[in-house]
Design a protein around this ligand. Structure first.
Ligand code: HEM
Length: 417
């Protein structure tokens, strides 16, 4: 094991190899046993162990990575992407972070999570009704992606045409790739163009709610931001797209959960027989096993010693949530997907500390209801082919998820499980 490490001795994760992304976990396990930190193919430090991951996200020695991450990828001040990201809550620290987070938390808390569950189940059943007779579905496109999007639209009070015009341009470009290793001038141009369109349309949407307020969360968010000019227009636009865009993370967990249920028929049967198991730990296990967001970017707040290394202030690093969530120092038998696992050992899938995910209650409710409805309506779930992961994205994304299932005779299409 590497202790007071010579940085050049650190294990290197082959993140530039597309094959790595099909199953990074054996690489992470090997590196984690050798060393507290590894480097990725770009040289960026990766924090691998659970306790180090907690300290890095929770303590004060490290802070959220700032806009410099995008600048390293060639985005400059004045670029729409730069403006958008600079206004993101995830890059803020101190008073600005507290101000934006407080407003967002207050607006989101206006809807009670338990009221959401019947709504989530209604959308889940409607999507499965459409596939019931076929006994087959493309799990990502037919279920995992549209479900959180519909839930989010109803939650915020945004109509389909409003969503398409404000979020559509951004959704058509893989914005997360702008943080990855392969940022080309073409990607920069496409991302800047898409972000500008989305920012313009979102600003128009806000204007509409200012002129014609509705009894919805979007109006509440706009009014909270406008009161005493607590949020700039740019901050409000970025916050809206952060909240809306987080549906992609929820979709990622639902899709990987469907995949694991197909791979583990015994565990699917346990959940079918006793749906209360979802709340007792099965959804936590689904969240732990394949965190949607693979890593959280941080940087050293000052010159400091950590993980046996001397780091200069501003040194960037990535907390590998995928590795920390499978650290055998914290979880028994961590490579096994086990829905009976004790949920007290919660995962780091939503981060921890000052920036912990603001939507975790909503995300948990959506994941739990989505998978509970799916398993309650489908017997004998099978993968039609081994799913492949899209390489080089910061979010776990499947290329496809073709599934066959036997519809259950006693499935309840009235919206209740
Ligand atoms: C399964 C789905 C989700 C996952 C895995 C997820 C994960 C995360 C993670 C890892 C962070 C960053 C923590 C950090 O930087 O230290 C984060 C931040 C955030 N998430 Fe989520 N999230 C999900 C769903 C949602 C939803 C549904 C919403 C909104 C309703 C949301 C809103 C936010 C916001 C606003 C932040 C920024 C918080 C801050 O910087 O203070 N997320 N999320």
């Amino acid at each position: 094991m590497i202790d007071a490490a010579d940085p050049s001795d650190l294990p290197v994760l082959p993140t530039d190899d597309a094959a790595y992304w099909q199953n990074p976990y054996p690489h992470l396990a090997e590196a984690r046993e050798r060393s507290r930190v590894a480097r990725n193919a770009e040289g960026l430090l990766q924090v691998l162990r659970w306790d180090d991951a907690v300290e890095t996200m929770k303590g004060t020695r490290f802070i959220a990575e700032g806009i410099e991450v995008l600048e390293r990828k060639g985005f400059a001040p004045g670029d729409p992407m730069h403006t958008w990201r600079k206004n993101a809550i995830g890059t803020m620290e101190g008073d600005d972070h507290r101000r934006v987070r407080g407003l967002a938390a207050a607006a989101l808390s206006k809807r009670k999570m338990d009221d959401l569950r019947p709504m989530i189940r209604r959308h889940a059943h409607a999507l499965l009704d459409a596939k019931q007779d076929e006994g087959a579905l493309e799990g990502r496109l037919d279920y995992a992606t549209p479900l959180p999007r519909r839930v989010m639209m109803e939650f915020l009070g945004v109509a389909a045409d409003e969503m398409m015009s404000s979020m559509g341009p951004m959704a058509r470009v893989n914005i997360v790739d702008c943080f990855g290793p392969n940022v080309t001038p073409k990607l920069r141009e496409e991302a800047n163009h898409a972000i500008q369109l989305s920012m313009d349309h979102t600003a128009m949407l806000f204007e509409r709610r200012r002129k014609e307020p509705k009894d919805d969360l979007l109006t509440a968010l706009v009014q909270a931001g406008d009161a005493n000019e607590q949020l700039s227009e740019g901050e409000l636009v970025t916050l809206f797209s952060t909240i809306f865009g987080s549906g992609a993370s929820t979709a990622s967990i639902i899709a990987s959960g469907m995949m694991e249920l197909a791979r583990h028929p015994d565990q699917a049967a346990l959940l079918r027989d006793d749906p209360e198991r979802w709340a007792r730990g099965a959804s936590e296990e689904t969240l732990r096993y394949r965190p949607a967001i693979t890593g959280v970017g941080q940087k050293a707040a000052t010159d400091l010693e950590a993980f046996g290394l001397s780091l200069e202030a501003g040194t960037p690093l990535m907390v590998s949530l995928g590795s920390a969530n499978r650290d055998p120092r914290y979880y028994d038998d961590p490579e096994t997907f086990d829905v009976t696992r004790d949920p007290k050992r919660t995962s780091l899938t939503f981060g921890i500390g000052a920036h912990v995910c603001l939507g975790h209650a909503m995300a948990r409710a959506t994941v739990e209801e989505a998978l509970a409805v799916f398993v309650s309506r489908c017997d004998e779930i099978e993968l039609e082919e081994e799913p492949r992961w899209i390489p080089f994205v910061m979010e776990n994304k499947l290329e496809g998820l073709s599934l066959r299932f036997t519809p259950r005779a006693d499935a309840r299409p009235n919206g209740e499980r």
